[in-house]
Every structure is written in C-alpha cells, then in structure tokens.
Design a binder for this molecule. Structure first.
Ligand code: FES
Length: 275
C-alpha cells in the first residue's frame, strides 16, 4: 500500500497529492509517469509525475477529476492509501543544452511540464514558460513555474487572470518577437487539441516541437497495445516509446478517435458512481 502524505485542493476539480513511494522516487526522471489502482477492483489509470523527491521518497501527482476513478482518487485524504502504484514508466524526457526552449503547459498539463522545465534549466537552457487555463480558478503552480523558468507568460481563455487568450496566441507572439531561428525547441503538454494547435503553429515556423501524449493505457509495459498511436507513419506505444514524441509527426486525429473509444462506458461508470 502507498500512503498519501499530503493532499492539496488546487481548484474545485484539480487535486495535488504527495505519495510515499521510495522505490519509484529513487529512479524517477522528468517526463515519466506512473499507473495506479486505488483498490483491488479499481481501474488502472496513468498519471504523469508532476514532481519527485528522491531523499524523502515521494512522488507528487496533480490530476483533474474527469471520470469515476479520478473523482474517487480526489476523495481520498492524507493518511489514506492507494493499492497499487507502478513506476516510473515510460522513456524520460531527452534533456540536453538546446538553447532557448519554450515550455507550454495547458490546464493540468502545467504539472508535467514543471519537472521537465526544471531539468532543461538545470541543463543550461534559457527556459521560457507559457501557462494557460480556461479560467483563473483553474490556474495553479504559477509560483513553481516562475522558479524554473527564466521568463513566464500567463494567460486565461476568458481573460479572468493576467490576459485573455489561448497559449497558442502567446506562443505565436513570443516566436514572432524572438525570431524563429532563436528558438531551439517547443515542449507542449496539455489537452490534445491544445497540443495539436501548438504543433500546427510551430510547423509553420519549422520549430521542433515535443508533446507528451495521454493515450488510453492498460498494462503500461508495451504488451496490450491499448496505447498505440501513429507517429511518422509508424505504430508506436505511448507507454514505452513515449510518452513524448515529435509533435509534428503525431496523428492527432487518430489519437482523438482512440481516446473516445470508451466514452459511453466512462459516462455509465460516472452515472453509476453518482447514484
Ligand atoms: Fe499496453 Fe501501452 S498500455 S501497450
């Protein structure tokens, strides 16, 4: 069993939990994820690691309550335990000194961007952060992002905080202002339409763009094929080949279709849970 040491409510639907998992924390690197199961009969869900502390042996997760399992997880409190906690899974982020890197986090995607931005800064890159959310209420970790970014731009879809606009609006402005040849790479993590929009934009400028995909998963070890995605015309498994891929090569339309496969069942599970 894996104990929840701390729980923070970041917004009405976004929760942060610190989990005691020393073996996972010891090996964890930026960009990796875990798969957890709350109880014996629970669903297995992948969550990208938002932070880790090797000394304390802890993993920090940030998740949005979007379905039955994440709502159940969000109802747990510090002192409660999680049945299974497997990881670290996936290929770590490729970190080296690239130059100027723009790290874009949309919605709850800000959480997995954080450790990657930190690693990129530690590797000597100039890190420009862009974080966006639908409303001010859903914004979190601005302070943590400021610590790991040399510059940080914040935007909200409805203009309720700092400025009105999408992360792609800010991304375009930053690229135009700095010049496309001065940007070595863009990292974009968030909802699939946001990542797709970022890739469509950076493709015009010819800027390499990395995305972290959030496909459906079952085993997380490359055996079931549930997480398959087409990248550059080849079938790749998000759980072992990813989760990060060249965003210009990802077939986002197929990813969206596959992600919706169990929407009816997910809806039924939610309704059953709420009864
Ligand atoms: Fe089964 Fe990736 S989750 S192969």
């Amino acid at each position: 069993m894996f104990r929840i040491l701390d729980k923070q409510v970041l917004s009405p639907v976004i929760k942060q939990m610190v989990i005691e998992a020393p073996l996972v924390a010891r090996k964890c690197q930026a960009g990796q994820f875990i798969i957890l199961r709350i109880h014996e009969e629970g669903e297995r869900i992948p969550l990208t690691i938002a932070d880790f502390d090797r000394e304390k042996g802890t993993i920090t997760l940030v998740f949005q309550e979007v379905g039955k399992t994440t709502i159940q997880l969000g109802s747990l409190e510090a002192g409660d335990s999680i049945r299974d906690f497997v990881g670290p899974l996936g290929t770590p982020s490729h970190i080296e000194k690239f130059g100027t890197v723009i790290c874009v986090g949309g919605g709850v995607g800000v959480a997995p961007v954080f450790p990657i931005a930190r690693a990129l800064k530690e590797a000597g890159n100039h890190v420009i952060g862009i974080m966006g959310s639908r409303t001010r209420e859903l914004m979190f970790w601005e302070d943590k992002m400021r610590e790991v970014c040399h510059e940080l731009f914040v935007t909200t879809d409805d203009g309720s905080y700092v400025r009105k606009g999408f992360v792609t609006d800010v991304l375009k402005e930053v690229i135009e202002e700095r010049g496309k040849d001065n940007i070595a790479m863009v990292l974009a993590i968030g909802p699939q339409p946001m990542m797709r929009a970022c890739c469509n934009l950076t493709r015009e400028y010819g800027i390499k763009t990395v995305v972290s995909l959030n496909s459906l998963m079952v085993d997380g070890t490359g055996m079931c094929g549930c997480c398959r995605v087409t990248v550059g015309g080849r079938t790749r498994f998000v759980c072992v080949d990813g989760p990060e891929f060249d965003g210009h090569e990802v077939d986002f339309a197929e990813l969206a279709r596959r992600s919706a496969t169990f929407r009816v069942e997910e809806q039924r599970a939610m309704e059953h849970h709420q009864c």
